[in-house]
Write a protein that binds this ligand. Sequence first.
Ligand code: GLA
Length: 382
Amino acid sequence: MSASHQLDERARAGFRQAFGYPPGAVAVAPGRINIIGEHTDYNDGFVLPAAIDRHLGVAVRLRRDARVALRSDRYQAAVELDQLPPRRRGDWSDYLIGVAREIDQRHGPGPGFDAFVASELPVGSGMSSSGAVEVATAVALMSARGIEVAPIETARLCQAAENGFVGAQTGIMDQFTALKARGGNAILLDCRSLQDEQVPLPDGRFAWILADSRVRHELASSAYNERRRECESAAAALGLTSLRDATEADLERISNPVERGRARHVVSENSRVLQAADALRRRAPRGLGPLLYKSHESLRLDFAVSCRELDCLVELAAGVPQVIGARMMGGGFGGCVLVLVEASGLDDVEQHLAEGYADEFHKSPEFYRVRSVDGVMPERTS
Ligand code: GLA
C-alpha cells in the first residue's frame, strides 16, 4: 500500500471510530523538504521544495446543522463548537477552522462538519505539517461541498487562512508544494509569478535524510513574523515593494544593520536557489553541497534563525565523507537539518550524527529518510 493510501485508510478508520459513521470525503496531503530557498517565499523570491513520503489525512462529513466537531490522532482533546468561531483558539483546530472560514468567505457559507485528522508528520519539525493539514482540509471540504478550484487557488486560500486566521505570516511554498509536487522532482517556484518548473532530483545513488534536533521554540511564530517585517522594512528603505528586486549593490544603502543582514540573506539565497536548480538540471548533485552549506551560514548569521543544536548537526554532517551537503530547513529556531548523502553511507552518517549530538546535548536526534512523492493534485500537462 502506498504511503498516501495508508493515511487515507487511517483517516477513514479514525473518523468512523470517532463519529460512528463513514466520512463523506477524504484528502491526503504530503509534507515537504525544501532543498534550498529559505525565507525567500514571502519576499517574492525563489524556492526549491519537494513533497515527501510523510503524509497527513483529513476525513470530513458535512452536517445538517452549523456545529463543528474535530478529532485528531495526535491530540486527545476533542473540539466541539456550535459554529465556526470568529477568532483563533490557539490550538491545532485553528488550521481547520481557518480554512473552513476562508472557503465560506470565497464560496458562500457552508454547513457545519465533522472532521478527523490522521498524521505521520511531526509538528514543529519544519516538514510543514501545517501546510499539509490546511491543504488536506481544503481539498476534503471543497470536495464534500462540490466546489472545484485550480490548485493555485487552493494554495492561496490555505495561505490566506494561515496568514489571516492562524496569524502566521507565512509564504505560499508549503501549500503550493503539497498540491503540485511530482515524485522524482523538486519544484523551482517563482513566488512572485507562481510559475513553476519541475526539476529532476538526484538519482538513487543519493538520498535525503532529515535529522530532527527535537528542539521546538515557543517563540518561533512571533520571531518568524518579525523576520518578515524586517524584510519589508529593508525593501521599503530601498524604495522596493519586495526584496526580490534588490541586488547586492543595493545592500549598503540599507542603514539599519539588522535589516541589511536580512536583505543580504534574501538576495544571496535567491541566487543560490537558481544555481541549485541549474545543478539539478545538469544532473550534477554534488554541485548542491557548497550551496547548502552557504545557505546554512547565511541563515545562521544574516537571518539569525538557526540555533546551537542545528549548527551542531550541520557541523557533524560536514565531517562525514559520504555527506554532499547539509543545512537547517524550514522556518528555523529548531526543527530539522536536511542532509544530502551518498545512499551507500546512510547508516554511517546517522550513526555519526547521533553520537556527536548525544555527546553535546545528551539526547538523540530523530532521523527520517525521505523520498519524493506526488502532491495532492500534480498537474501532468504543464
Ligand atoms: C515556513 C513557512 C514557509 C517558508 C518557510 C521558510 O515553512 O510556512 O512559507 O517561509 O517557513 O522558508
